[in-house]
Structures are given as C-alpha cells and as structure tokens.
Design a binder for this molecule. Structure first.
Ligand code: MSP
Length: 496
C-alpha cells in the first residue's frame, strides 16, 4: 500500500478562521478521503502557526497573553474542522515542545554547515505578512501592498543565495512540482533575480528561542516563517528514530494559497536542500476567494463566516460549492447568490431529485426493495467510463473537473430515468430501477470525499451500510437485490 502525505499551510492564530482557511483544508480533506478510498496510506497534516509579532500584537490588543490567544484560537480551528467533517491525521501546533525541539535542532545543524551565520538586518519588515523585504523591494510589502516598518537588528542569516542555482536546476528537471502551471512563471521570475540571504531570527519575545549553543543575544528568537515551514518535518516526527518520518517523507502534495508562493517554492526547497532531504513531489498554489469582488477584510466587513453558511445550507453544500465553483488555481467570488444558484441546480434539482425520484419508485412499485438486476445497458457504460476520469481528475488536484465529471453521471442518470419512464405500468421497471440504485451507490462512493454526509445518507437510504466503502466497491453490480429502500427527507430541499 503506497503512502500519501499531504499538508496544508498552518494557520495564524491572530484572528478567527474564515472561508479562505476552510477552502485549503476542505480541499486537502477531499484529497485525503479520495486516496484513502483508493487504499493509499494517507497522512494528512494541518495545524496552527502560533508564534511571531502578529500574534503577540493581537494578544496585546485582546488583553490576553500570546499563549492564551494561541490556545483559544487554535481550538477554534480544531472545532471548525470537526464541524466541517475535516479529518486530519494530525493537527500540529508550533508551540508544542517537540516541534520547538526540531526547529532548534535544524538551526544548529544548518549553522554547523555554514548555512546560518550571524549578521545585522537593516531594512523593511512587514508585520502583517511577517516578511522581511529585500533592498530592491523598497518599503511597500510585495505581498499585501502595505507600508512597512524600517527595522535594524542583529540577526542570523540563512544562506539562501547558495541554493539559487540548485533550486533552479531542480525545477527545470521537475517542472511538475510547481502546480498549477501558471504558478511556474511567478516562481521563475523570483528565481531570475539574485536571491539574497534571508534573515531567519527576530527580536520578538513570542517565538522559539535560539538553541542554547547559539544564543549570544537572549532576545533573539527564530523567525516565524522558519519555525512554521519546519512543521512539515516535525509533523511527521523528523529526527525521531522510531517516528513516522522514514515511511512518510517526502510530501506527495502540499497545498498553499497563491500569496505564500515565495516562502513555499523558494525558501522551503532551499531549507530542504540544505538539510539534504528530498523535496516534495508537488506544491499546489490555489487561488483566493474574494467577497463581493473585493479582498476579504475585517475593516471592509465582508469576511465570509463559514459556520453561518454551513448552518443555513449544510456542511456538504458548503464543501461542494468551494470545490465546484472555480478551478482550484483561480480566484473566485464567494457570494450568496452564486451559492444558492449552484445549490439549487446541482444539488437540489440534479442529485437530490435523482435520489428522491428512483427511491420513491422503488417504494411504490417494488414494495421498497431493490429489484433484481438486468442488463446494465448504457447507464452502466456511462458510469464505468466516468470512474477512471474521476481518479485522473483527483490525481491532478482538479476538483472542478472531478465534480464536472460527477455531474455528467447525475445528468445521464436523470435522462435515463426520463427516457425509460419506469413509472408507466406497461414498462419493465425492475432492471431500470436497479441500474439507478447502482448508479447512486457508485456516486455515493465517489462523492464521499467532497460530501461525506450526503454520501452516508444515500447509502443508508438504499440500505447499503454494509457494502464496501473503499475501492473494492467501485465495480458495477454490487447493490444486492432486495435491499430495503427507506423514505427519508429530501437530501437538498430546494431553496425558494
Ligand atoms: N501562517 C502562514 C502559513 C505558514 S505555512 C508554513 C499563513 N497563514 S494564514 O492564516 O495567513 O493563511 C493560511 C492560508 O490561508 C494561506 O494558504 C492563504 O492563502 C489562505 N487564505 C487566506 N485567505 C484566503 C482567501 N481569502 N481565499 C483563499 N485562501 C486564503 O499564511
């Protein structure tokens, strides 16, 4: 059984989780569930990024300590993942002692190799992005566009310049590591300018102290991005003899938002090369959700609160909308009108209605028992042709294409039902209804990664709880004749 290690960025704990955080984590959860269904040994890591001045400042404003802030917010993220049916294998916090030990160990190792050396940083720092600016960038933050602050402090530098050529050569040999394709140009622009060495400590009390062997200045702590990136290693027990590192490394895919490309495609590979570790197979930079056409922000008051949507429309509808509405690498606009439109067309009219119609016919024409199978015919052909395409789309991290393919199956099944008219007494309804029940069973398996609750409801409606819910179930004809079909409420009541 081959392993599949995937990660999300770890989230800052200075503010409440919002729809952007849900997006990356739902996407990762869908991949994790799909590859688990395929029998891979999945390890899905997410967590919270808890150090640095951003959190220190937010805690000060809230009148609590940074530790309390981190505890409180980190719990909010964990609770939200439970509510969203997101099931990571590990939720890491950068304040955990073992993570801190790994970070310190890596620092010592890199300084022993001459990749970390002392110096003085003079220049601009963006507190919102926790980013040092290079001299050619001036004083405006290249990531968020804000005016930054000039700082001057003793620091340690990471010898990024040493890895410029090795990274370029690596990407040339492995272009598929950078996903989607459009991110490649940005990465190559970054690599076409000289990469200066980067500061990797801060004068910030809320951070991981330098290892005792290096701590000439007790006020220096490790720069939060170095601390954070190393979670991908500590999260799989890097440095522990009997931990999972050996069988898990390297990551098969790491998801991130397009705003943190520089950290993930430049600094992260450089750190791994410096440590002599294999690089991830793929890094995928997804687009951003805007709200009302604008960037979400507290000051604009347009931040989308995920639980509000989940409460009104259901968790599955929210998960579905996020993955179906825009291709994963592009930006999208999160607005209620678009949400309701997609809900009504794809979920209420197509999927929900399909299940409702044939289940009702099985109840009225076959005493609520799945009839005997006949010839699978063109519907079986359609469904079986879609299965490899679904797998291909998921392997390409193309949720949009995956759900488009799933919809073609739903549409085909609805047409089949219309054309075969199993409600007419003169028609032989048994084999037709069997084929529809079997299609719904296969859909319930394939849609589980995106809509786990709906998938469970379809299976229980068809009395199929005991059938294999893994790749062994991805064959035609497993629904047993005689299974009891329940009544059940509509899966997705139509919105007025
Ligand atoms: N803590 C760093 C990541 C360290 S990873 C070693 C960080 N945290 S964050 O909380 O600001 O953002 C985390 C992720 O959420 C990023 O991938 C970011 O792109 C994503 N999103 C934040 N807002 C978003 C939207 N509005 N839309 C989509 N994703 C967004 O950066």
């Amino acid at each position: 059984m081959s392993k599949y290690y995937l990660t999300t960025p770890i989230y800052y704990v200075n503010a409440q989780p919002h729809i952007g955080h849900v997006y990356t984590t739902v996407a990762a959860d869908a991949l994790a569930r799909w590859f688990r269904l395929q029998g891979r040994e999945v390890f899905f890591l997410t967590g919270t990024d808890e150090h640095g001045s951003k959190i220190e400042n937010a805690a000060r404003e809230a009148g609590i300590s940074p530790g309390e802030m981190a505890d409180r917010m980190s719990k909010n993220f964990r609770d939200l993942w439970v509510a969203m049916e997101i099931k990571p294998d590990r939720f890491i916090r950068t304040t955990e002692p073992e993570h801190q030990r790994v970070v310190q160990r890596v620092f010592l190792e890199l300084s022993a190799r001459g990749d970390i050396y002392p110096g003085v940083y003079e220049g601009y720092y963006c507190f919102a992005c926790e980013a040092f600016l290079t001299p050619s960038q001036g004083s405006l933050c290249p990531d968020c566009g804000r005016e930054t602050e000039k700082i001057s402090e003793p620091t340690y530098f990471f010898r990024l310049s040493r890895y410029q050529e090795p990274i370029r050569a690596y990407f040339q040999a492995h272009p598929e590591m950078i996903q989607p394709e459009r991110a490649r140009e940005e990465v190559s622009n970054l690599l076409n300018q000289p990469l200066p060495d980067v500061s990797c400590t801060r004068r910030c009390a809320w951070g991981i102290p330098l290892p005792a062997e290096m701590a000439a200045d007790p006020e220096l702590t490790i720069y939060v991005w170095f601390d954070a990136l190393l979670n991908y290693l500590s999260g799989v027990d890097y440095g522990q003899e009997d931990g999972r590192f050996k069988k898990t490394w390297p990551p098969d895919i790491q998801l991130l938002g397009k705003d943190i490309i520089r950290f993930h495609y430049i600094i992260w590979p450089a750190l791994l090369l410096a440590l002599g570790l294999p690089l991830p197979e793929k890094l995928f930079a997804h687009g951003w959700w805007l709200s009302g056409g604008e960037k979400m922000s507290k000051s604009r008051g347009n931040v989308v609160e995920p639980m509000e949507f989940a409460r009104t429309y259901g968790v599955d509808a929210l998960r579905y909308f996020l993955l179906a509405e825009v291709p994963f690498g592009l930006d999208g606009d999160f607005n209620e009108a678009a949400f309701r439109k997609r809900y009504n067309s794809d979920l209420a009219n197509d999927l929900g209605n399909l299940v409702h119609r044939f289940a009702h016919l099985i109840r009225t024409r076959h005493q609520g028992r799945v009839p005997e199978a006949g010839d699978g015919g063109r519907l079986a052909e359609k469904v079986l042709a879609a299965l490899p395409q679904l797998d291909e789309r998921m392997a390409a991290v193309d949720f949009f294409g995956f759900l488009e393919t799933a919809r073609t199956v739903v549409t085909a099944a609805n047409h089949y039902l219309d054309e075969t008219a199993p409600w007419r007494p003169e028609n032989n309804s048994g084999p037709v209804l069997y084929n529809l029940a079997e299609t719904a069973r296969l859909l319930s398996l394939c849609l589980e990664p995106v809509m786990p609750r709906t998938s469970g409801l379809i299976r229980s409606r068809l009395g199929l709880e005991k059938l294999p819910a893994d790749s062994n179930g991805l064959r035609w004809g497993l629904t047993p004749a005689g299974a009891a079909v329940g009544e059940g409420a509509p899966l997705f009541p139509r919105l007025k």
